[in-house]
Design a protein around this ligand. Structure first.
Ligand code: TYM
Length: 333
């Protein structure tokens, strides 16, 4: 066992990875991966809380893994795995369901959002989703959870559940901290910049996928919604479109907002949108090429999933055994 602190995070394979998931989460996964003992998942069990096409769900995790690696996550150093390959997630989730209150789950904005958008499939899994997410995190005794801003509430609930459980049974779970970037934590839809960029939204060109072709990316940035001024200035309330593009440009280039304002002083929105599109292409193009290569070797990816699940199961089962013992379950002999 390493004595490094632990990171855990995950992304749903409910669609292709987006620029939002990259800038909000994966970029930081890579940044932190040398310093921490990292567990990065593909959360297929979370994905089925909304209806998935089985044939697509059989493919997406491979694409997602290829992209994780292409982004810079070395499978030798990071534990990369599929959630459903480690049964302890479902097992701990059931226990935690019994220590999570109906009222707490009712207050989750993601549940309110998703149930509002999907009135024909407000299933129990969608409601208890945060208890499964808490299990994901607590099984690994994670110190840090790098995510976008939309996941903050789920991590706070995870801490509340852990505090409640520890209060009854002693120090079973480590309390995790969210790690949310200061810029890029909430990338917005290019066509509707007051909404989060999301893979599950049916939209008209507002979402950039990591595997989009360079010409498509540039075209979508060219069409991005702005405002009636002509000045590149950061003002989220009054200029959400431009502010979103500034965030994207800032994370891609490492430039601060003031520097960006100066760079485009006196230039029109056309120039600015073109440059943002180019900066995103420069960032995503090498990832796309590498992921495409990796995807051709399915056996290699399968092997990573196998090793990842073994390593993850070992750690997860340790916590699960402790929990079962604490609540009074009789050990299987
Ligand atoms: P998911 O699959 O919706 O998103 C994956 C990660 O990407 C971030 N993200 C964004 N960040 C900035 N701007 C955006 N537009 C954007 N869209 C997505 C999300 O914040 C997230 O970090 N419940 C989680 C998955 C999960 C998980 C976990 C995360 C399951 N178990 C345990 C951390 C730890 C989810 O639905 O993420």
């Amino acid at each position: 066992m390493s004595d490094k602190k632990v990171i855990l995070s995950g992304i749903q394979p409910s669609g292709a990875l987006t620029l939002g998931s990259y800038l909000g989460a994966i970029k930081n996964w890579v940044k932190l991966s040398d310093e921490y003992d990292c567990y990065y998942m593909i959360v297929d069990m979370h994905a089925i809380t909304s209806r998935q096409e089985a044939s697509v769900l059989r493919k997406t995790p491979f694409e997602q893994l290829a992209q994780y690696i292409a982004c810079g996550l070395d499978p030798e150093k990071n534990t990369l795995f599929i959630q459903s390959h480690v049964p302890a997630h479902a097992q701990l989730a059931w226990v935690l369901n019994c220590y999570t209150m109906f009222g707490e789950l009712s207050r989750m904005t993601q549940f309110k959002d998703k149930s509002g958008k999907n009135v024909n499939n407000i299933n129990a899994g969608l409601f208890t989703y945060p208890a499964l997410q808490a299990a994901d995190i607590l099984l690994y005794q994670a110190d840090l959870v790098p995510v976008g801003a939309d996941q903050k509430q789920h991590i706070e609930l995870t801490r509340d559940i852990a505090v409640r459980f520890n209060g009854i049974y002693g120090d079973v779970f480590k309390l995790p901290e969210p790690y949310i970037p200061t810029v890029g934590a909430r990338i917005m839809d290019l066509q509707a910049p007051t909404n989060k960029m999301s893979k599950s939204e049916i939209n008209d060109g507002g979402c950039i996928l990591m595997m989009d072709k360079p010409e498509d990316i540039k075209r979508l940035f060219k069409r991005a919604v702005t405002d009636s001024e002509t000045c590149v200035r950061y003002d989220v309330d009054n200029k959400p479109g431009i502010s979103n593009l500034m965030q994207i440009y800032s994370v891609c280039t490492g430039k601060g907002f003031e520097e960006i304002e100066k760079e485009f002083d006196g230039k029109g929105y056309g120039d600015f949108k073109l440059r943002v599109g180019e900066a995103v292409v420069e960032l995503l193009q090498p990832i796309r090429e590498e992921a495409t290569k990796l995807l051709a070797d399915k056996a290699y990816l399968e092997n990573i999933f196998k090793n990842g699940a073994e390593k993850a199961s070992y750690v997860a089962n340790k916590t699960l055994r402790k929990v079962y013992k604490k609540v009074g379950f009789i050990e299987k002999t």
